[in-house]
Design a binder for this molecule. Structure first.
Ligand code: NAP
Length: 224
């Protein structure tokens, strides 16, 4: 089913997405942690690895370099830091917007020629926080609202592409462990979504029949 790039593939939802798509896709796995990326790639049938910080122009160029054909890009890379507005400095807001918004915009922009040629698919891992803002989640939520605006704009501007925004609830990953620690809670993986379940939603989007355009998928943890 073609060649697909996955950012944030070194762990969490991105690594789960690599496992879910491996059987029938050529994969390009992007992340910063070279060792972690290599160990994800080793479990895959056909994966190329690119180590890059997507917040830098060099990183984006390194990822886009030499790609002549691409059927899809799955944007999983992201960061989350909690904090009330009165205790969050500008550096934290910048970090959230650099990774969660600008890196997605810039990478998509440089890949557009090959994506257009393939009438390809852009899948963006957003969040429940991208549609509902809660106290203590300002920088993350604002970045994910902005990301939703980017996704909706792209869909309108590029009618030849499919653009899907996926909004998961809490997922059992390193990011969620750090969030629960910041909230002062006790971590219980069983109350969160399994990353494989988000990867299943990604696969579902990619496997849509040619006439269908899945614009938004919301996945919440099922209550016990
Ligand atoms: P995670 O386990 O913390 O993994 C984050 C990934 O993003 C890592 O692969 C990391 O790469 C990559 N990354 C971060 N900054 C980067 C940068 N500057 N350049 C390149 N790669 C970068 O997070 P996750 O839980 O899988 O989250 C994946 C996505 O799902 C994020 O967009 C997140 O906002 C969203 N999401 C998560 C949850 C949740 O509860 N976990 C819920 C809803 C939505 P390295 O490790 O190699 O640095």
């Amino acid at each position: 089913m073609g060649t697909v790039m996955i950012t944030g593939a070194s762990r969490g939802i991105g690594a789960a997405t690599a496992r879910a798509l491996d059987a029938d896709h050529e994969l390009i796995l992007v992340g910063r942690d070279a060792d972690a990326l290599a160990s994800v790639a080793r479990t895959c049938r056909s994966a190329r690895v690119v180590t890059a910080d997507l917040t830098t122009p060099d990183g984006v160029s390194a990822v886009a370099d030499g790609i002549s054909t691409l059927d899809g890009v799955i944007h999983c890379a992201g960061v989350a830091e909690l904090g009330r507005i009165d205790e969050t400095d500008a550096a934290q807001w910048r970090r959230a917007f650099e990774v969660n918004v600008l890196a997605v915009v810039e990478l998509t922009r440089v890949l557009l020629p090959v994506l257009r040629a393939a009438r390809g698919h852009v899948v963006v891992i957003n969040s429940g926080a991208g549609t509902t803002a809660k106290p203590g989640w300002g920088s993350y939520s604002a970045s994910k609202f902005a990301l939703r605006a980017v996704t909706d704009t792209l869909r309108g501007e590029e009618p030849g592409l499919r653009v899907t925004s996926i909004h998961p609830g809490r997922v059992d990953t390193d990011m969620q462990r750090a969030i629960v620690a910041a909230e002062g809670g006790t971590y219980d993986p069983s109350v969160h979504l399994n990353p494989d379940s988000v990867a299943t939603a990604v696969r579902h989007a990619l496997e849509s029949t040619p006439d269908a355009h899945p614009t938004e998928i919301v996945v919440r943890p099922r209550r016990h």
